[in-house]
Write a protein that binds this ligand. Structure first.
Ligand code: MG
Length: 301
């Protein structure tokens, strides 16, 4: 199982409340104790677009002064961002394309085909530098501007993506509209072009279906899932889309079915407490709400 926590990137980028560099570093320290397989720690985007993450260089300079065993990933929107990332020992480079032309245009001001050319260029650079690439494919299950994405269009995209040598394809439900049956349909479709072992699910919980969708993905053979602590985040380009599915709720779901064995309770509790009390964020996960009300998590020592 590969559990990726995206609190510091996807989580924070949609939060209206500014989180200071010092708080981000403390959060990173806490997250690194939570035994996630991978942490997405920041984004090398133009600060004008995402002011919340304009301190990516400072964060990385401070963090990588020491060596860490924690595997990391950071987001880049283009080749320029990739050059900025390569100054740091970050093994995973994440980049983006959308399954909707309008969403792609609004997000990176480019057509899908031109963005895929950029992804291919980033992938070639990454390979030459010994780094790995995750491609987020956004709006797979629905777009805030165009609605449903047709299976034929998705298939044509999967075919194009299969020709680029990325190590992981994160199918993303950007506005949280997938249901377990549509998760299964998309996974059947993608498996004709990209092996399921390379697929990650990046789901949002807008309508409360994310955990059911993760279960559906698991049953279809997916073993890589994303979440953010406390379910923070959303999508700045999709009003009303709530946060990522919560990392701790995913882990609890998997733990209760004996699909994973590790659940670092104290460390997760401490990180949730920090997010709420120090960083001042509103948390939305089931486990964080129980904790906030003074309850205990059933079945966890
Ligand atoms: Mg997201």
């Amino acid at each position: 199982m590969i559990l990726t926590d995206v609190t510091l990137r996807d989580g924070l980028q949609a939060e209206a409340k500014t989180v200071s560099l010092q708080h981000k570093l403390e959060l990173l320290q806490l997250l690194a104790q939570c035994q996630f397989n991978r942490l997405e720690i920041t984004s090398f985007v133009n600060p004008k677009w995402v002011p919340q993450l304009s301190d990516s260089e400072q964060l990385c300079e401070a963090w990588f002064k020491k060596t860490h065993s924690q595997e990391t990933m950071a987001f880049v929107p283009n080749a320029k961002g990739c050059e900025r990332l390569l100054r740091f020992p970050i093994p995973w480079i994440s980049c983006f394309v959308a399954a909707s032309a309008t969403f792609n245009q609004k997000n990176v001001n480019s057509s899908i085909d031109d963005t895929l050319k950029e992804v291919a260029s980033i992938t070639a650079t990454a390979k030459a530098k010994g780094r790995k690439v995750r491609l987020y494919l956004s709006t797979v299950w629905g777009c805030p501007y165009e609605g449903e994405v047709s299976p034929a269009f998705l298939e044509s995209l999967f075919e194009k993506i299969s020709k680029i040598d990325v190590q992981e394809l994160a199918l993303s439900d950007t506005i949280g509209v997938a249901t377990p049956d549509t998760v299964k349909k998309v996974l059947s479709l993608v498996s004709r072009y990209v092996p399921i072992a390379k697929i990650a699910l990046h789901l949002h919980n807008t309508y409360g279906f994310a955990l059911a969708n993760i279960q559906a993905g698991y049953e279809m053979g997916v073993r890589s899932f994303d979440g953010s602590l406390g379910g923070i985040g959303g999508c700045p380009y999709a009003k009303g889309a709530t946060g990522n599915v919560a990392s701790e709720d995913i882990r609890y779901l998997l733990l209760r079915q004996n699909l994973i064995s590790s659940f670092p309770k104290k460390e997760i509790e401490a990180t949730l407490k920090f997010l709420r009390e120090e960083a001042g964020l509103i948390l939305n996960s089931s486990l964080s709400k129980i904790l906030e009300k003074g309850g205990s998590w059933y079945g966890i020592q």
